[in-house]
Write a protein that binds this ligand. Structure first.
Ligand code: PMP
Ligand code: GLN
Length: 383
């Protein structure tokens, strides 16, 4: 392995899922749901496979899906994108992120990202031969907010790209309107492009609504917006993602994407188009169910004695095990599957600075209620 990829030889999700499998533990580590998405979408995929839609789709994605992606953003956010030139279908959000970073970032330049950061941003930055610069989330009541002064200091003439993720993995934070405005101001003042990872855009709790950074004044023309079907429609294995933005920026991501996978997920593309066009009510129901699951796991963790952070969206809640005497989240996560039959993920896997994150543990709650109840029973052994 080349030196710049050595830190990425394995992922925390693979490690913890492996441990979960070895110990037959309930896997609240890697974030994926344990129920299927809308029936009409599943039927559309089966139909596509049964009717010969099994060869290479067009490079930018099938027209029906690009049209659905554009219509969806107009509907939800009033954002207008030309499906011909401003939408690119990718192999999951992962490829959208890698394509954008490799296509836009010169070796030796800097990519600014929020810490904790989803591992794919760091890996793609390394693949591009660039350096990551982190801007921390800071405590805000029982939740988190952006350190805006740190952001302003992090963005310099060396910055090629600012990566923003809201709703945020792993903390479940939804960035406030003030934080988004501060990000926009920094990007505009420094003439920098933003890459926004919005894969959890529809999984929000307690009546919150999602605002894409691209919807702020002056930002559409400098933002590449990424989302994917995996989390919205419970199909993480389909790997259908997309990127939207001004034609010139999308073209840069496309140049890289063409030689990563060329194309992908042929028969799943028409199915995701069906889902975007007609299954958003299903998604609203799914988000409501997730809010209940967040409440179940949060209450159970608090009951056991964890400090529980507020999760405002996503599949995830972060918990502080220090009241139970555990100060090293990674050690605890290595221990939990064998000891009590539950797997989780340490937040330290998403950071460069161990403090103040070292203790924190992320639990994924997109699971059936009885699975969460069983995990809660097992966690009680820690009390
Ligand atoms: N970004 C974030 C924040 C994620 O949590 C994930 C995992 N769903 C991804 C990107 C990758 O998405 P996909 O599975 O569509 O590649
Ligand atoms: N996004 C998922 C998570 O954060 C995992 C995806 C993966 O395994 N790379 O748990």
């Amino acid at each position: 392995t080349v030196a710049r990829l050595q830190p990425f030889s394995s992922t925390i999700f693979a490690e913890m899922s492996q441990l979960a499998a070895t110990h037959d533990a309930i896997n609240l580590g890697q974030g994926f749901p344990d129920t299927d998405g809308p029936a009409a979408m599943l039927a559309a995929a089966q139909n596509a496979i049964g009717t010969g839609q099994n060869q290479y789709p067009p490079g930018p994605g099938i027209p029906a899906l690009r049209a659905a992606v554009a219509a969806h953003q107009l509907d939800h956010y009033g954002l207008q994108y030309d499906p011909e030139t401003e939408v690119l279908i990718t192999v999951g959000a992962t490829e959208a992120i890698a394509g954008a970073i490799v296509g836009l970032v010169e070796p030796g330049s800097e990519v600014v990202m929020i810490e904790p950061y989803y591992d794919a941003y760091a890996a793609a930055t390394a693949m591009a031969g660039a350096t990551r610069v982190t801007v921390p989330l800071v405590a805000d009541g029982d939740g988190f907010a952006l350190d805006r002064d740190a952001l302003a200091a992090a963005v310099t003439p060396d910055t090629a790209l600012v990566v923003i993720n809201s709703p945020h993995n792993p903390t479940g934070t939804v960035l406030s309107a003030d934080d988004l405005a501060a990000i926009a101001a920094v990007c505009i003042d420094n003439d920098v492009v933003a890459l926004t990872d919005e894969v959890y855009e529809h999984l929000l709790f307690d009546g919150r609504t999602h605002t894409p950074l691209a919807a702020l004044p002056g930002m559409r023309e400098r933002t590449l917006r990424v989302s994917s079907a995996g989390k919205t429609f419970n199909v993480t294995g389909w790997k259908v993602g997309w990127i939207s933005g001004p034609a010139e920026l999308v073209a840069a991501a496309r140049a890289a994407k063409q030689f990563m996978s060329y194309v992908g997920s042929g028969p799943f593309q028409p199915a995701v188009a069906v889902a975007l066009n007609s299954e958003m009510d299903w998604v609203a129901g799914s988000a409501a169910a997730l809010q209940r699951k967040r409440d179940l796991i949060s209450a159970a963790l608090a009951d056991v004695g964890f400090g529980v952070h507020r999760s405002e969206g996503t599949y995830f809640v972060c918990a502080d095990p220090r009241p139970l005497g555990y100060h090293d989240g990674a050690a605890l996560c290595r221990d939990l599957p064998g000891r009590i039959g539950v797997a989780a993920v340490p937040v330290s896997a998403f950071v460069d600075h161990r403090q103040p994150w070292n203790h924190l543990v992320r639990f994924a709650f997109a699971k059936q209620d009885d699975v969460i109840a069983q995990a809660a029973d097992r966690l009680r052994a820690l009390a």
